[in-house]
Design a protein around this ligand. Structure first.
Ligand code: SF4
Ligand code: SF4
Length: 356
């Protein structure tokens, strides 16, 4: 459990990382407050590029991160003579985020143009997600992580995650934003590769939605029932689009493996970098921002957590919505990614909470 820090008692709990918190009404000013309060900028060299990692939201989804938070971070960074850039990668799923050009177009439609955020946009993994560099990890299930090539030029990161539910991993927060969010397509596929689904033949009504959606053309009709073939890349999209819920997955094994790989990718993304992490618990929806619909949040807005420790930041956020996530996805064991990240030495689940 977190220790509440009394700001007047210097030295209390200083061996643990601090997680800052602001309520929803102070979310906007909280971005700059947390960055300054933590001293994060003081460790960075001026004139360097600073990547602000965001998810611009799929077309049709308006629950994505508010672009004003990116603007707030950019203004704070400019006081320290840094060069902020809003960074993202292409998505595995079919849609406007699948390639760089239409992804940037969508980001602008969602209010992330430079005139609003004061930062340019850069898609880091090439026009179609094909460009990556490799980070060798010495243990675990991912010997070599394939991260977006453009990330190489960013030594400093502000990791801004909209915290929400996720049908494969239970939830997505700062660790997912670092791992799936900064991997090139090859890396995303590698993390998803244990999640190949199957079709429940009793439930399939042969509507063809999944066949049309599948980016790998892996689904065909066999005797009027959809069947998933070997070319499936495990992206999980058919689970999201099937109107009957006929696409299934062996959740326990798959989700645990994906979460373990995500922790390793997050470690690779942070290797040699200075980073500050935000979890925005605003509009916490059942599914992720890749979902092409605006869903009803599962809870009233909670606030914003921020920390230089991504594990502590994730733990603090997850604890606040654990009951909702567990109700949505009782079979997934979503805490596994936090535990794996801690065991890899990325951070710690023990923290000190400071309310600003
Ligand atoms: S069949 Fe495989 S590749 Fe096609 S949408 Fe489903 S999970 Fe993705
Ligand atoms: S979307 Fe679902 S119901 Fe429609 S064909 Fe695919 S599996 Fe069957």
């Amino acid at each position: 459990m977190p220790v509440l820090r009394d700001p007047h008692q210097r030295g209390v709990g200083l061996s643990k990382p601090v997680v800052y918190f602001v309520r929803p009404g102070r979310a906007l000013e909280g971005v700059g407050l947390m960055l300054e309060r933590s001293g994060f900028f003081r460790r960075l060299k001026p004139k360097k590029k600073l990547g602000i990692k965001v998810h611009f939201g799929e077309a049709g989804n308006s629950n994505h991160l508010d672009p004003r938070f990116v603007q707030a971070a950019a203004i704070a960074a400019s006081f320290h003579n840094l060069q902020p850039v809003a960074i993202e990668t292409t998505a595995l799923y079919r849609g406007k985020r699948q390639n760089a050009a239409s992804h940037v177009e969508l980001a602008k439609e969602h209010g992330f143009g430079v005139e609003h955020t004061l930062t340019p946009i850069e898609i880091l993994d090439g026009d179609h997600g094909e460009k990556y560099y490799e980070v060798r990890l010495d243990s675990g299930q991912v010997p070599v992580a394939r991260l977006a090539q453009g990330l190489r030029l960013y030594q400093y990161l502000i990791n801004m995650a909209h915290f929400k539910g996720h049908f494969v991993t239970g939830f997505g927060g700062v660790l997912k934003n670092l791992s799936m969010g900064l991997a090139a397509k090859a890396g995303k596929l590698e993390m998803h590769s244990h999640s190949r689904p199957y079709v429940d033949t009793e439930q399939c009504v042969s509507c063809g939605t999944c066949v049309e959606y599948c980016p790998a053309q892996a689904i065909n009709f066999v005797q009027y029932v959809a069947q998933i073939g070997r070319s499936c890349n495990g992206c999980g999209g058919c689970l999201a689009v099937c109107p009957q819920g006929a696409v299934r997955i062996k959740w326990n094994a798959a989700s645990g493996t994906i979460q373990a790989k995500m922790a390793e990718y997050a470690r690779a993304a942070l290797k040699g970098r200075e980073a500050f992490h935000f979890n925005f618990l605003l509009k916490v929806t059942p599914n992720c921002d890749c979902y092409p619909q605006t869903e009803k949040p599962v809870t009233p807005d909670i606030g914003v957590f921020g920390s230089e420790d991504p594990v502590a930041c994730e733990q603090a956020a997850y604890q606040r919505v654990k009951d909702h996530i567990d109700r949505l996805y009782p079979h997934l064991g979503p805490e596994a990614v936090i535990e794996a990240a801690e065991s890899l030495g990325i951070g710690t689940r023990e923290y000190v909470l400071e309310k600003l």
